[in-house]
Design a protein around this ligand. Structure first.
Ligand code: AMP
Length: 235
């Protein structure tokens, strides 16, 4: 069985379902899901100087500096609830962050992370992101129906909104950046406890596969990354 002392990393393009899966895995494994995007968005909402700087970067679809992200992740992983392990959603995003994380885990005697890489075609990603809506209160993610917008959250009735970086221009920038970094991260992790899965399936199917991987605890052959990364983008 997956040891809760382990760190589980979810890699994959924006909109590949990492957020949805990390919330479900967090419940099943009883370890916290850490979304660096959510941490940054909270900083933006706080209205701090840092938040304003970060907001401009996020809205432009660019990446926040490695140095800042590394400091954010250290302080979050040192919190008590991460004592038995955690799920990382959105970190590492660059090889430099991956190196930093390895040093952090090695230095604390934590086993090497299990990496799940979510594969979805770029065409599917653009379609998903443009319909993604988030609850302003609980953060739950919804998909807007094709005919119109669901305006309120099913759980708490709060207004749903579209993230400022889910608009076409920012989506293009984020996917381009993702493409550049994904190859390097794939190379970095592919000989390790790395599993690339088809994430274009239902939430339950993807969750089942992730759980099977964790329970098996064995390394699967690495599949080719090229298909998803070179798929003709529909934008
Ligand atoms: P996400 O919610 O994971 O899509 O992240 C939203 C935005 O936050 C990204 O487009 C980046 O601007 C920023 N961000 C989140 N995580 C990182 C990271 N590990 N490194 C750099 N920027 C990040």
């Amino acid at each position: 069985m997956f040891s809760c002392r382990n760190v589980l990393i979810l890699l994959g393009p924006p909109g590949s379902g990492k957020g949805t899966q990390s919330a479900k895995l967090s419940e099943v494994l009883s370890i916290p899901a850490i979304s660096t995007g959510e941490i940054l968005r909270r900083e933006c909402q706080s209205g701090s100087d840092l938040g304003r700087t970060v907001q401009a970067i996020i809205t432009a679809g660019q990446l926040v500096s490695d140095d800042l992200m590394n400091r954010v992740i250290v302080s979050r992983m040192l919190e008590e609830d991460c004592r038995t392990g955690c799920i990382l959603d959105g970190y590492p995003r660059t090889v430099s962050q991956a190196h930093f994380l390895d040093d952090l885990l090695n230095g604390r005697g934590i086993p090497e992370p299990t990496v799940i890489d979510f594969a979805v075609s770029m065409k599917e990603i653009v379609a998903r992101l443009s319909r993604r809506r988030q609850c302003s209160a609980c953060g739950r993610i919804f998909t807007a129906p094709l005919g119109g917008d669901p305006v309120r959250c099913d759980f708490d009735g709060s207004i749903l909104s579209q993230r400022p970086d889910d608009h076409p221009k920012a989506i293009r920038a984020r996917l381009e950046l993702y493409r550049q970094n994904a190859r390097d991260l794939h190379r970095y992790y592919s000989r390790r406890d790395y599993h690339r899965i088809d994430a274009a399936r239902s939430t339950d199917e993807v969750l089942d596969e992730v759980m099977m991987i964790l329970q098996r605890g064995a390394r699967r052959p690495v599949q080719k990354i090229e298909t998803a990364l070179t798929a003709t983008a529909a934008y």
